[in-house]
Design a protein around this ligand. Structure first.
Ligand SMILES: NC(=O)c1ccc[n+]([C@@H]2O[C@H](COP(=O)([O-])OP(=O)(O)OC[C@H]3O[C@@H](n4cnc5c(N)ncnc54)[C@H](OP(=O)(O)O)[C@@H]3O)[C@@H](O)[C@H]2O)c1
Length: 414
């Protein structure tokens, strides 16, 4: 295992009384200490059907225009089916691109949720709690936390019924929060694999090799900083300047507190004496920059590439500026740099076991307090939350200069 350190499992995340009550016979005798809330009662019918709401789209467009809140019922699970309740699901940039119809993977539109038109459920990752299981489910039980094995299964829903085979069980949820579990499978895994799989680090030179990245305050960027710190890789991090110098300094400090070695702004990189700065950071080039992680593109990406030592790699995994990556030919001819792309969805489908192990590794670090939470803009989703409020939250995802990632937290009961 690559991660280091002593892992502690101290904090137990208790289930609510309603979460512990089964949907069958034991529901007749709920915990005496806290009766089911009105909200819980509203979402569960006496006939064993779970009332659910899903944020769906049946045509492509802006989230605020096309997302609809669809109410439906979920039957008791049969066979290997599992009924789930949402805990937490983030709103990632790719989720919005998918709804806009500009993302390469498009979940198929279907009518399994009883929608008038074929539709897909938004969202690609989240943490769910098992509320009931079919008779032949082997490895899951009520109260377990799970995440979806693949992207594209639709995470923005209060409840879901999925097959056991579509889920990854969180083996030990002690010491973890729904936020940490619900945001582990896309961004941290992306950062982890890009750092491990694209660069032949010289592990004997721990603390003497660098990676450079833009979008360093993103979910992926923050993960890369912390993994770099864990693995002895120095990080040079580029962020966009904030409105005031104080805000810019605060952001730089925030990333340094995560373990960033150096943080500079895009403006400093493009207009300042960037060459000299890099020269100084890297002890006059004695500490090579071996890997660049690019989620921005345009001039920003070109500037990153120019810092790389010969035979190094740049991995492009996002295109936030919507500008193409342009490269001086000399970087390819004389420095023999390699340029790759990475897409975690495709990688995960091809490497399911490695994906699970990567997730476990990150959660170990998290449990040990070595992998910090991303800043979050928490959107509480109760049974009565309006469609417009949920859709507007999704719409804001690509806004830029956000103080935190939008995350749905379901506050309803089973
Ligand atoms: N290929 C893959 O497998 C994969 C996996 C995960 C994520 N991604 C991609 O990685 C990127 C980051 O995702 P995330 O979920 O980590 O993001 P996030 O936490 O939502 O943060 C968004 C980041 O994008 C930056 N940004 C937004 N608009 C920008 C612009 N016009 N120019 C430059 N930077 C801009 C933001 O900087 P400010 O704070 O300055 O706005 C912030 O750093 C996205 O492009 C996403 O699609 C790709």
């Amino acid at each position: 295992m690559l991660s280091r350190g002593v892992f502690r499992a101290t904090q137990t995340t208790g289930l609510s009384c309603s979460a512990r009550v089964s949907l069958t016979a034991s529901r007749k005798a709920p915990c005496a200490s806290s009766a089911l809330s009105a909200e819980s009662r509203r979402s569960i019918s006496v006939y064993g059907y779970t009332q659910a709401k899903a944020l769906i789209y049946s045509k492509y467009g802006e989230p605020k225009d096309v997302l609809k809140l669809h109410k439906h019922s979920i039957s008791a699970p049969h066979g290997s089916q599992v009924n789930l309740r949402l805990l937490t699901a983030p709103m990632n940039p790719a989720d919005v691109n998918q709804i806009q119809g500009v993302y390469p993977s498009k979940p198929p539109f279907g009518i399994s949720l009883g929608t008038a038109e074929p539709a897909a459920v938004g969202g690609n990752e989240g943490a769910f709690e098992v509320i009931s299981t079919g008779a032949s489910v082997k490895n899951l039980q009520q109260g377990d936390w799970v995440i979806m094995k693949r992207t594209g299964q639709g995470a923005w829903r209060t409840h879901a019924q999925l097959d056991e085979s579509q889920l990854i069980r969180i083996e030990n949820k002690d010491g973890l929060t729904p936020l940490q579990v619900g945001t582990v499978s896309v961004n941290p895994v992306t950062a982890y694999r890009m750092i491990r799989d694209f660069c032949g680090w010289d592990w004997m030179r721990a603390g003497e090799e660098w990676l450079i990245q833009n979008g360093a305050n993103s979910g992926v960027g923050r993960a890369a900083i912390q993994l770099g710190r864990e693995w002895g890789i120095k990080t040079l991090n580029v962020v966009r300047q904030r409105k005031t110098p104080e805000e810019t300094e605060a952001l730089k400090q925030e990333l340094k507190d995560l373990g960033a070695t150096e943080v500079i702004t895009e403006e400093e990189m493009l207009t300042g004496n960037f060459r000299d700065m890099v020269h100084e950071f890297t002890r006059q080039g004695r500490e090579p920059i071996r890997l660049a992680l690019n989620c921005v593109g345009g001039k920003n990406a070109t500037a990153l590439a120019k810092t790389l030592a010969p035979d190094s790699r740049m991995v492009t995994y996002g295109a936030m500026s919507k500008q193409p990556v342009a490269l001086p030919s000399g970087l390819l001819i004389f420095k023999n740099l390699g340029f790759d792309g990475f897409w975690v969805s495709k990688w995960g489908d091809k490497n399911p076991e490695l994906k699970e192990n990567t997730i476990k590794d990150v959660l170990q670090l998290t449990r040990a307090g070595r992998f910090k939470d991303i800043p979050v803009d928490d959107v509480q989703w109760s049974w009565d939350t309006a469609e417009t409020q949920l859709a507007e939250s999704v719409q804001g995802t690509l806004g830029g200069y956000r103080s935190g990632k939008g995350v749905f937290t379901f506050t309803g009961g089973d």
